[in-house]
Design a protein around this ligand. Structure first.
Ligand code: ARG
Length: 476
């Protein structure tokens, strides 16, 4: 070693005494304690350790293959990282706030063990492309898990529909009884919603699967790296073409969280129906005991806590989306430390959605459906009044006028305490002379449902058709 090298080493030893081992060279003192705590993200980003290690192994292998570091060093790095991974998995590992984040914790240990070889791992990359790569990989595998649970959820809806094909209940608008519909039709509406949610997650995953690795800090690197190779080895479709975009884009997190928030909204609407339907006022369904809770004071109670929680947690995920959008809106290119704040919101959205989809998938097929109560609810509320108007309109009366005639008829029925199916032909004729025998059949609930046979309608024929399509699509 020359005298010059020796001097440099000593200067480093002196300045590094209190400062950060990775970037402390420029600093004469270490960070304030509060600063260190605020700066650290390892308490939450440690959950990306597997992605971080995989990314580093692939990066090191590429550096070796391109002759940027020696092959033996690449092998040492990969083996060292594998060992670290095992230690973290076994819990034989200490995270340090002083080392800021998961990336520097892992790298510091590698350097401590391998010396120069470990210190060469960070050639031709930066934590800026590293964290973007890790986060994308983490989220891609989360989406894969979500996809599985969403498929289970959809199949649960389909099987509940199939097991209750004859059930009829009032369809509601403004939470007022409107027209009778098949319960299966109602359930298949949710199948459509969750199918679109699945599509949005798959879309988001597809756009997320492009590799930022090799963008380095922001501008690329002078080293002859092979970005295609690392992208392929890490399961990406290809590379993000612009280095600034690669390190500063968090669209993927926003897109995912937006799809997650919307899926939560769908889960929340279903949960709200479960809360209503399981109330004594409706009593259309009973929740399985294993998914309900009791009251600590009222012994008779069986509370729908789980649907309520799903409904409540929807607010968190919407909040996560707002957090991410607000985080990004004022950021100049390229990386800014604000971006470290993306993770807790993103993790929370992914965790919450996965839990809520999973619990709803488990609960839904176990609902006990009271078909009698549902059907009885159709006998009140004049739910077939539209059928009377449709009948008159089909006989030539303009629909607006028919609507008026039936309005008067219903008002009279309410005053007399009569239901539409109890009226005689003579009574119908009092409101409009052109009624004939057919009307007595038209006002029944069964005829009303069967009549709605337009494409996408609730008639048993249409619903069977829709169910068959759904079964084919989701392999039930
Ligand atoms: N922990 C950081 C984050 O999550 C990693 C990137 C830090 N890069 C930097 N130059 N400070 O964003």
């Amino acid at each position: 070693m020359s005298q010059g090298d020796q001097d440099t080493l000593e200067i480093h030893a002196e300045t590094n005494a209190q400062t950060n081992a990775s970037w402390g060279g420029r600093f004469s003192e270490g960070p304030d304690e509060l600063v260190a705590r605020l700066n650290a993200s390892v308490s939450f980003d440690q959950r990306m350790f597997a992605e971080d290690i995989r990314g580093s192994q692939v990066h090191a292998t590429m550096l070796g293959a391109q002759g940027i570091i020696a092959d033996e060093e690449a092998t040492l790095i990969c083996d060292g990282l594998e060992k670290i991974k095992g230690e973290i998995e076994r819990g034989d590992w200490q995270w340090s706030d002083a080392l800021e984040d998961v990336h520097m914790n892992v790298e510091a240990k590698l350097r401590e063990r391998l010396g120069d070889a470990g210190a060469r791992l960070h050639t031709a990359r930066s934590r800026n492309d590293q964290v973007a790569t890790d986060t994308r990989m983490w989220l891609m595998s989360r989406i894969d898990q979500l996809e599985e649970q969403l498929l289970l959820l959809i199949r649960g809806f389909i099987s509940l529909a199939e097991n209750n094909l004859d059930a009829v209940l009032p369809g509601y608008t403004h939470l007022q009884r409107a027209q009778p519909i098949l319960f299966a039709h109602h359930l298949l509406a949710y199948v459509s919603m969750f199918d679109r949610d699945l599509g949005r997650l798959r879309d988001a995953r597809e756009r997320m699967a492009w590799s930022p690795l090799g963008a380095a800090a922001l501008a690329g690197t002078p080293f002859p790296i092979d970005r295609q190779m690392t992208a392929k080895a890490l399961g990406f479709n290809g590379v993000i073409s612009n280095s600034l975009d690669a390190v500063s884009d968090r669209d993927f997190a926003v897109e995912f969280t937006s799809a997650a928030a919307l899926c939560m909204v769908h889960l929340s609407r279903w949960s709200e129906e479960l809360v209503l339907w399981s109330s004594q006022e409706f009593s259309f369904i009973e929740l399985p005991d294993a998914f309900s809770t009791g009251s600590s004071i009222m012994p008779q109670k069986k509370n729908p806590d789980i649907p309520e929680l799903v409904r409540g947690k929807t607010g968190r995920v919407i909040g996560d989306l707002v957090t991410l959008l607000t985080l990004l809106k004022g950021l100049p290119l390229a990386y800014n430390k604000d971006m470290q704040e993306d993770k807790e919101a993103l993790f929370d959205a992914a965790d919450t959605l996965l839990d809520c989809v999973t619990v709803t998938a488990a609960l839904t097929p176990l609902l006990r459906v009271d078909q009698k109560r549902m059907r009885a609810a159709c006998d009140e509320g004049y739910v077939t009044a539209t059928d009377v108007a449709d009948y008159l309109a089909s006989r030539g009366l303009p629909f607006r006028e028919a609507h008026h005639v039936v309005g008067r008829l219903v008002r009279w029925c309410i005053m007399e305490g009569r239901g539409l199916t109890s009226l005689s032909l003579e009574e119908f004729k009092r409101f409009y002379t052109d009624f004939d025998e057919e009307i007595l059949e038209k006002v029944t609930v069964e005829s009303s449902v069967a009549a709605r046979s337009s494409e996408g309608g609730t008639s048993p024929h249409r619903v069977r058709e829709a169910l068959l399509l759904a079964k084919g699509k989701f392999q039930v």
